[in-house]
Structures are given as structure tokens and as C-alpha cells.
Design a binder for this molecule. Sequence first.
Ligand SMILES: O=C(O)CCC(=O)C(=O)O
Length: 369
Amino acid sequence: MAPTTAAITPTSQAHEKTLGEQYVVHKKDRAMVGHKDFSDDIPVISLAGIDEDYPGGRREQILKKIVSACEEWGIFQVVDHGISDELFTQMFELSRQFFALPDEYKLRYKMTQGKKGGFTVSSHFPDEAVANWRELMLFMERPIQGRDYSQWPDKPEGWRPIIDEYGVKLAEVSGKLYELLSEGLRLERDALTKTLGEIHGHLVVNHYPKCPQPDLAVGLKRHTDPSSMTVLLQDQVGGLQATKDDAKTWVTVRPIKNALVVNLGEHLYYMSNGRYKRADHRAIVNGEHNRMSIALFFHGENEAKVYPLNVKEGETPLLEEPITYAEMRKRHNILYLDRIKIAKLAERENWSQEELMRKLTELEQRSNA
Ligand SMILES: O=C(O)CCC(=O)C(=O)O
């Protein structure tokens, strides 16, 4: 089941007075909290002193903070990660230049079935009625031998080597985080990365042009990431929102210059037997500014085995038997679409909130069996 890639870009529709019908989301999916109503609920964690690796050293404190953020939210921000501000500035500037190029040029890199990366509009599933107000460029960043450079734009000049450098630096940060997350599960530091096989990195540069009717649209609908860990850089506009109570309330993640937002995905949720949350999040749009975010999704090989690494006494394993990463991803997509179908049915048949929650839980249990 591949997401669809429409041909007309939101950039070229941004100056219209009204929003195209395909972008109008249901009332319950519209943002009630604005893109600038920033919250400080999502933990911000400094990685300064991470190498002070001895009893009572800084590393222990960092570990505690990260584990608690993962148990509560599955999403946190890191600062003092050691990546230069200049690299972030270059990434944003070159990405901005790419999205400002004519549609004709961007569509030359259109991602169609079987292509490894490229330019895509909206990226919603064919079964989803409503499109996302975004366009994106996907780079299959690693492993390096999996790259198809014919899908890496040659403009703006200098973008390719910067993407290369960005991927290397982020992999270093994520490597440190994987170690901490393994330790948080009382395992050896390399326990999680060992289960991934060769680490894959998909880099997505998201562009959300300013929107003619932002209250009616979303940039990227509510979702969890199927990957293991996502490391995201967002600009200062604001629009990333997270929920930890099944969308009863949302918070807008405060943009902090050059901070990295770390989201845990499905893979770490299963590997930790649900101890680490998978971040439930979305991106909203606004009528004043274009917004950009750059997400690097880290995950394992398709054949990598997914299973809870340590199940505490009295806990039920989330998976009855190990599955492959490819199977986990497939189930994730099916579950995403089934949740939409159930929510529609609930509305048509006027179910209570409890009834809806019960049906969604049953759906998830069936998917894990
Ligand atoms: O744009 C954002 O802040 C969120 C992006 C995101 O969730 C994604 O690319 O999966």
C-alpha cells in the first residue's frame, strides 16, 4: 500500500483564496491549539557532559531524564548535541531554495512506485480521503550503497554534500541515544542497535507552504512513526504537535533554535514492551509563514526481528512471537487505515467515547496477535 503522490504542489496553490476541497479535514481533526501556542511540556534535555561516564557523572542524569521522557511522551528535545549551528543553517537555506524552484523542476524528481526517494506532494494513503498540506523530498540516506543519486536533485548546488554531512552527524547523535535507551531497559549499550542489523536512514525534508485556510487543513495528519527513532529539526515557525492522551489534548512543541526533536517510533515501542511510548504527533499549518522540518528516520533492515527485549515479571509481551521489521511496518499501515475507518463508523453510529476506545484497543490487540 503506497501513499499517493499528487501532481499539483501546495506551493503553487498557496496564493489561492480558498483551500482545495481535497485538503479540508474533518472538524475533529482540526487544530484547537494554535501553531504559536507553544508548550514547555515536552522535556528539553542537554547532552552536555554525556561522556562523563562514571557513577554520579552527567551521563547518569541524562539517562534518567531521557528514560522518563520516553516513558511519559516518547518525544523530547535535545540541545548541546555537538552539531554546529552552521550545518543547520545550510540545511534550511538549501532546502528552502529547492522548494522555491518551479514545480516543473521539482516534479522531475517525482517519486513513483519503485523509485528510491524523490519529490512527493501530500503523501497520504490512497484510502485516506483528505490530503496533507505539504510537499516533501525523501532521500534514502543510508546505507550508502542503497542510494539512487538520480533521485537526488542537482539544484541547489551544494545540497548533496550537506545532506551527506548532516546524515553522518545525526547518526552519531542517534547512536548515543540508542545506547542510553538500551541502558534504560537494563540491557547492554549495544542491545538495541544489534537488533537492527544495518541501520537505514530516510531523510525527509518537509515543506508546509503558508495555507489559504489553515484552520481547515493539516500539514501532516496524526500518526506514529513506523521507524525506530526519528530525529527532527524544525524551523522557528511552529506547527509540530504531540498528544499523550489519545488526542484529547494537544501541545505545540516549542521551536528551540538548533534543538533536535527526538520521536520514538513503533519499533522501540515493541522492543521495550511498551515501556517507551511511540510519539503520537502531527503537523499543523498557518496562514502567515512557510514552515520546514527535516526528519531523519532511523530503522533496521526489513528482515530485522522485532520482539520485546526484556519482559518484566508479571508483564504480558506485546507480541506473541517475533515479527520482521517489514511485517511490523505493514501492520502499522493497516492499523492506521483501520483506525480511520473505525473513527468514521463511530461518528456515523454515534458511539460513546468509551465504545470507540474499546474498539480501537481490540483492533490493536488483533493486529499484534
Ligand atoms: O513537520 C513536523 O514537525 C513533523 C514531521 C513528521 O512528523 C514526519 O515527517 O513524520
